[in-house]
Structures are given as structure tokens and as C-alpha cells.
Design a protein around this ligand. Structure first.
Ligand code: A2P
Length: 285
């Protein structure tokens, strides 16, 4: 793993743009004061990368938190995502503009297609994904966004995009013990993509697992810290979500210990122990 020693250390994307190695996740952070305060807290304790999405319904609060944090916009890495109802060329362009407006920024660092159109929902799913991706390329070339990518895409969803003029630079997928999505990860890496991991705590379900708790205790860390560190040591950029100040800070303190190889191996081989339960080809949203 690249030596990472703090929250401002970065991974480099295939276009050379740099992305801070832990992102503050905001999925399930409610719109309103809680999220405004949490984003400010995250910036205060050192997060420089904030991940949101139109469908989270909290972009206005995330934007307010960013403005009230007092840090210059240029010091932050901000990601948002186009929601499933907005797939297609014109609709994606419009969705992007709405996200900019709601966040109150004039560019994004990263914009992602939130979920692939899948064969279980659409006969012309490949065409829909390609049209959405064409809009992403357009925004990238117009320099409205520094990097573009996808989320929840598997190999079969990606294949057609990889033949287009600009390839996805990131795939953000669910990644935690018991859900490593090895085939997707290997395929993305072979094609130059960085893997971001959402729900690194398995939406919280990892935290009561006795094996993980025991390993974490050995290092004198919380189970959350173990999971976040484990993602980093696997070369995956974690996006832990919390709206609790003490946890927001705790989740950033993962640079002063290293998980030994045998423990990495053990965790890497754990069976499925829960998670969001959402599969890209089975979700009905
Ligand atoms: P909360 O936001 O109320 O603090 P994931 O990032 O895998 O989606 O997990 C998010 C869930 O885990 C949320 O319910 C969040 O609660 C909880 N959580 C986040 N960080 C911690 C932590 N350090 N300790 C315990 N629970 C945490």
C-alpha cells in the first residue's frame, strides 16, 4: 500500500488528479442542522473529502456545512452523483447543474453515475448507461468536474463505457469485511480505476462482529477504526459515515497503527456478515 500517514494524503487518479484518502460519507445523513453541523465537524477534525449524492437529499445542508466550515472550497474534494431517475444525456447534464446549485459550488471534484441501469430493469440498459456516460464525458471535457466515475457498477456494466472516449476513473462500491467484491475490484484496477468503499462499517453491522471486535481490541482500536484501516490497507478509499462528533473524529484516527498481514488475511477471508443488502442487478430503484 502507498504510505498514507494522514487524512490529507491522497490517492492519484488515472488522470493525475489527487483525492484525499478518506472521505466523509453522508449517505443517510438527514437534511438539516444535523448534517450542517456534522460536515463542519468533519472539516474541523481534518476531513478534506466529502461524499454526497442528489438522492441523499442533503446536498443543501452539505453545502451549508462547507460554507460555514470556513475552509476555502479549493482545499476540499467534493463528490456527488447523478440519481437513477436522471439517467440519459440531457437529464444528466441538468442533474449536475442542480447538484452544483444545491451545494452552492461552481465545480465538483468528482461526479459519479450512482447506479447502473441493469438488465433486470431495462432491455436497453447498455444504451442508457452509455448515454449517461456521454454526458459525464461532456462535463469533464468542459472542465466542470475534475474527474468522473461510476458507483455500484460491475464488470458487465462497465464493459461498454471502457470503449468510450474517456474511461471511468473511480468505481464507488460497497466494501467491508465479508463484502470485498473481488472480481469487480480486480477488473476496475486492471482498467485504471480507483475503488472507493461506501459503508466501510457495513452500515454499522460490522461493529458487533465478535471476530472483528477481538482483532480490534488486540490493536487497542475500535472496530470501526479497524474496518477503515483494513480498507486502506487493501488500497480502497473508505467513506465512513457518522453524524456523531466523537465518531467522526474516531474514524479519522487510523494512521497510527498497522494491521498485521495475518490479520488482514483473516479478515479478507471472512464470510458475508451483513451489509446494505443492495445488489446492482437486483435493486428496484
Ligand atoms: P451515526 O451516524 O449515528 O454516528 P457505514 O459508514 O458503514 O455506512 O456506517 C454508518 C453507521 O455506523 C451509522 O449508523 C453510524 O452512526 C455508525 N458509526 C459510524 N462510525 C461509528 C463509530 N466509530 N462507532 C460506532 N458506530 C459508528
Amino acid at each position: 500500500m502507498t504510505k498514507l500517514s494522514s487524512m490529507i494524503d491522497t490517492f492519484q487518479l488515472c488522470n493525475g488528479y489527487r483525492i484525499p484518502c478518506i472521505g466523509y460519507g453522508t449517505w443517510q445523513a438527514p437534511d438539516g442542522e444535523t448534517t450542517v453541523k456534522s460536515v463542519k465537524e468533519a472539516v474541523k477534525v481534518g476531513y478534506r473529502h466529502i461524499d454526497t449524492a442528489a438522492c441523499y437529499g442533503n446536498e443543501k445542508s452539505v453545502g451549508q456545512g462547507i460554507r460555514e466550515s470556513g475552509i476555502d472550497r479549493s482545499q476540499l474534494f467534493i463528490t456527488s452523483k447523478v440519481w437513477n431517475t436522471e439517467r440519459g444525456y440531457e437529464t444528466t447534464l441538468a442533474a449536475f447543474e442542480k447538484s452544483l446549485k444545491d451545494l452552492g459550488v461552481d465545480y465538483l471534484d468528482l461526479y459519479l453515475i450512482h447506479w447502473p441501469a441493469s438488465p433486470s430493469q431495462f432491455d436497453d440498459w447498455e444504451k442508457i448507461n452509455a448515454e449517461t456516460w456521454r454526458a459525464m464525458i461532456q462535463m469533464y471535457k468542459a472542465k466542470k468536474v475534475r474527474a468522473i466515475g461510476v458507483s455500484n457498477f460491475m464488470k458487465h456494466h462497465l464493459r461498454a463505457l471502457l470503449e468510450m472516449e474517456v474511461k471511468p476513473m473511480v468505481n464507488q462500491i460497497e466494501f467491508h469485511p465479508g463484502q470485498m467484491q473481488r472480481e469487480t475490484v480486480d477488473y476496475c484496477r486492471a482498467n485504471g480505476m480507483l475503488i472507493e468503499g461506501f459503508s466501510p462499517l457495513g452500515t454499522g453491522k460490522m461493529l458487533s462482529n465478535p471476530d472483528l471486535m477481538e482483532i480490534a481490541e488486540k490493536y487497542g482500536r475500535s472496530t470501526a477504526q479497524l474496518c477503515i484501516r483494513w480498507a486502506l490497507q487493501n488500497g480502497v478509499l473508505p467513506l465512513p459515515k457518522s453524524v456523531t462528533p466523537v465518531r467522526i473524529a474516531e474514524n479519522s484516527q487510523v494512521f497510527d497503527f498497522e494491521i498485521a498481514e495475518a490479520d488482514m488475511e483473516y479478515i479478507n477471508n471472512m464470510p458475508y456478515i451483513g451489509g446494505s443488502g443492495n445488489h446492482p442487478d437486483k435493486v428496484m430503484f
